[in-house]
Every structure is written in C-alpha cells, then in structure tokens.
Ligand binder design. Structure first.
Ligand SMILES: [Zn+2]
Length: 451
C-alpha cells in the first residue's frame, strides 16, 4: 500500500547536499520511499494520507550503542557517583540474576524509550550471559520484534573472569567453546543480511578487561567467515589504559592492532583516551565509532576528541550507552550533549547542530554499513521517517531554523514515527504496544533484582 505524507512544513533530508525542502511531501510505497518533492503532491488513489502540517520531518535516528538490560538498573543509589570499574564491580553482582523475562521486558522498555526520542534503527550490546541462561539473546530479539524497531543485535561475550586477571566474577563469564557455539546458533537463526532487513546480528566481545585474547581472535575469524560486523568497548577510561599496559604491555588501540581488530568490520564504542597516533591508526584502518557523550560525562570518563577524529574521516555515530550509566535512553539528549560536550573542549564554532544530527542519522548508517538503506530521506531508501510538531512551547520563537531548534531547544519526543513503512507512533502514542503495561512489569523485575 502507498502512503503520502503531505503539507509538510519542512523536510530535512540529510542527503549528501543536506537539502531541506519547504512545503514538501513524501510518497511511500510499502517499506520504501518512492519519491519526494515540494508543492503539489501526486495522487495516490486508495492509499493512506498523513498530514505533515506544522511538522519538521527527518530520517529516523540510528542508535549505535546500548545495553537494553541495564534499563532495569538506572539511578541505583550505591553507584550514582562511581567511576566505571567500581560501578561495574558493584553491578555485576546484581546482573548475575538476570533471566529471560528480565531481558525481554527491559529490551521492550529500552527500545520504546529510544523510539519516542526518534530512533528507528538500534543496535544493542548484550554481553551478559549468566550460568544456565543460554537463551537471553533470543529474548532480546523477541522484545525488538514486538516494538517493530529495525534491530542490529550484537551477540556479546565475557570470557576473562577475576580469577584469571579480568574484572567480572565467574558467575557472568562463559567458556570460549560455549560462546563460539552460540555465535553460530544465533547468526544462523537470526541474521538476515538482505537489503532492508529488520534483523541483523554482529559479534561483540565486551572489553579488553573482560575478554581473553584468544576469544578476540576467534571472534574475528568467525566474523570473516560469515561476513559480520564486530563491536567492542575501547579506550573508555584511564583505568582501562593502565589495565592494558600492565596485562599486555600495550595501550588499547595498539592491543587491538595486535589482535587484527583494526579493520573496517569493526566499530568501537567510546574512544575517549586516544592520542594522535591512535587516531591515525583508527582512520587508516577505516574503523567506525559509537560516541556516547552522556555516559562519558555521567561516569566522568573524559571527553572523546570527536572533532579531531571527524576531521580524519573516521565514521562516527552516536549511542546512548546502557541506561545505568546514562541513565536515560533519550536519543535527542544524546544529540544535544554531543554538540555541547565538544564545544566545551573545542569552542562554539567547532561543531554545529546539523553536524550532530548528521552523526545521529547518516553517521550511524555508515558505522553499521547501511548507508545505502537508511540514514537519509531519499528515493529508494527505507521509509524510516520521524516527525516533530513544531507548534510546541519548547520551539516557540525558534522557527527561523527548526532543524537547529531540535538540538538547541528542549526537543522532547516525536509525534510520528514510521519504521519500514509502518506507522509505529501516531500523535505521540505507540500504535502497537501498551507502554504502561511494560513500565509496570519492568519496575517489578527491577525491584526484585535490586533487593
Ligand atoms: Zn557500553
């Protein structure tokens, strides 16, 4: 079926020329954008007409890093003021009791929160597989399917426990054979690499301080065999620098180079503590990056040199990171914080509202190597489209530049969201999911896990 969004005040296409179309329309055929233009729209006969009056329309946002399950552990009193390693050591003990239902519910909650703030494609880094819980990845996929988000799951892993010199306790660490077997299972069962796929799978060992060297190498081999992307945390804190230097005698980026993990399949998250030589390597090897400014600020990890990295051509997307270190999954806040934090480090002229919106759209698409399918409003791309009613208190007086207002003012949530041609949020409300039911179930599970 066709859908026509017409009388749109402004379309910010985020195509290569960053074209913005006043008084526009967008024609959707099934799940694809068939055409767009300004003034007189085409006639569509039987199809659905959607009014874009008073609206700013953009491509849906792409979230490149998250840990959905952590939305059960937000604002936990004991670690509200902790830095990363202390925060992890405390939370591992709570995370070890997580089960299938907890993963399912928290995934739905985390995704709904992302969708409200404009996300239409999200990744998730699920690295937590406590003993006798082999099907957690499956629960997450079920949660994502319910929400109808475009999902790029990553099968994470931890294999280096405290007794072997790592950070996590035995209770949340798996054997390498077990992990490799499950890579094979989930990739065969869930990864759909076809164009416009709604479900893909990447592999994501957790971090240098929770994964063995041999698992990193085996994971790389597996990814090459099945043509998959790779993801991991890297260079997040000074503690991680010290850990890598003392355990392997190399700083994090050099350690990745030694493992063969500097290549275009890989996107790292954080890259806060990187020097000029690291940046050159990351750029030369064409790796991607997920930047999570709110998490970096919340944990006091530092300021990633994003402006400098961007100038070398490194592919950069944004990510909200896990909800216990953010503690929100509000992607609009992430976009705004990305701009503000870089300005603290580099000055007001260093980065613009459109720069950070690009990171949240085309930037994320390039990181996931999906730039031919998503990230901009163009003919032939997926119909992943969001809209904001600009006649709101938070935008009053800001309409000389609505696109910038989305970043500079207090944008709250989308009024419409279309994913893969399907209207999933209408008048600010979810069409298919009872939000309140999931909030209540989440609070119940959260209370149990924290007690
Ligand atoms: Zn993370």
């Amino acid at each position: 079926m066709k859908k026509l969004i017409k009388d749109i005040d402004l379309i910010a296409t985020f195509n290569e020329k960053l074209e913005e179309i006043r008084n526009g329309w967008i024609l959707i055929n099934e799940n694809i954008i068939e055409d767009l233009g300004s003034d007189k729209p085409p006639k569509i006969g039987e199809g659905e007409i959607i009014s874009g009056k008073g609206m700013l329309i953009l491509p849906g946002f792409i979230n490149t890093h998250h840990h959905f399950y952590q939305s059960l552990f937000r604002s936990v009193k004991e670690v509200q003021n902790a830095k990363l390693f202390d925060w992890l050591v405390f939370l591992y003990e709570k995370w070890k009791d997580i089960d299938e239902e907890a993963i399912y519910i928290s995934s739905v909650v985390a995704i709904l929160e992302l969708m409200k703030s404009g996300v239409t494609t999200t990744t998730d880094h699920l690295y937590l597989f406590p003993k006798n819980r082999p099907l957690l990845f499956d629960s997450e996929v079920n949660g994502a399917r319910l929400t109808r988000v475009r999902f790029y799951g990553t099968r994470g892993s931890m294999s280096l426990s405290r007794k072997n010199g790592g950070l996590p306790p035995d209770s949340v660490v798996q054997k390498e054979e077990e992990i490799l077997r499950d890579y094979e299972r989930v990739v065969k069962k869930y990864n759909n690499p076809e164009p416009f796929s709604m479900l893909r799978v990447a592999l994501a060992p957790c971090s240098p301080f929770s994964v063995t060297e041999s698992l990193m190498k085996e994971t790389l081999k597996f990814a090459e065999k099945y043509d998959l992307l790779l993801h991991t945390h890297l260079a997040e804190t000074k503690d991680e620098d010290d850990f890598c230097l003392s355990k392997v005698g190399l700083r994090p980026v050099d350690y990745m180079e030694k493992l063969g993990w500097l290549n275009s399949r890989v996107w790292f998250v954080h890259l806060v503590h990187v020097n000029d030589s690291d940046i050159k390597k990351l750029s030369d090897f064409n790796v991607g990056m997920a930047h999570c400014p709110t998490s970096n600020m919340r944990l006091g990890s530092g300021i990633s040199p994003v402006v400098k990295m961007k100038s070398t051509g490194i592919r950069i997307g944004l990510g909200v990171d896990g909800s216990s270190s953010n503690d929100t999954g509000n992607f609009l806040q992430e976009i705004r914080n990305a701009m503000l934090l870089q300005r603290v480090a580099n000055g007001a002229e260093s980065i613009t509202p459109r720069d950070v919106l690009s990171m949240g759209t085309t930037g994320g698409a390039k990181v996931l190597k999906l730039e031919k399918e998503i990230g901009s409003i163009e003919k032939g791309k997926a119909a992943d489209i969001i809209g904001f009613n600009m006649e709101r208190l938070e935008f009053a007086g800001a309409l000389s530049d609505p696109v910038a207002a989305l970043v500079l003012c207090d944008a709250k949530s989308v009024d419409i969201s279309i994913i893969n041609g399907d209207v999933v949020i209408e008048n600010g409300k979810f069409k298919y999911v009872d939000e309140l039911e999931f909030i209540r179930r989440q609070n119940k599970i959260s209370k149990k896990l924290l007690s």
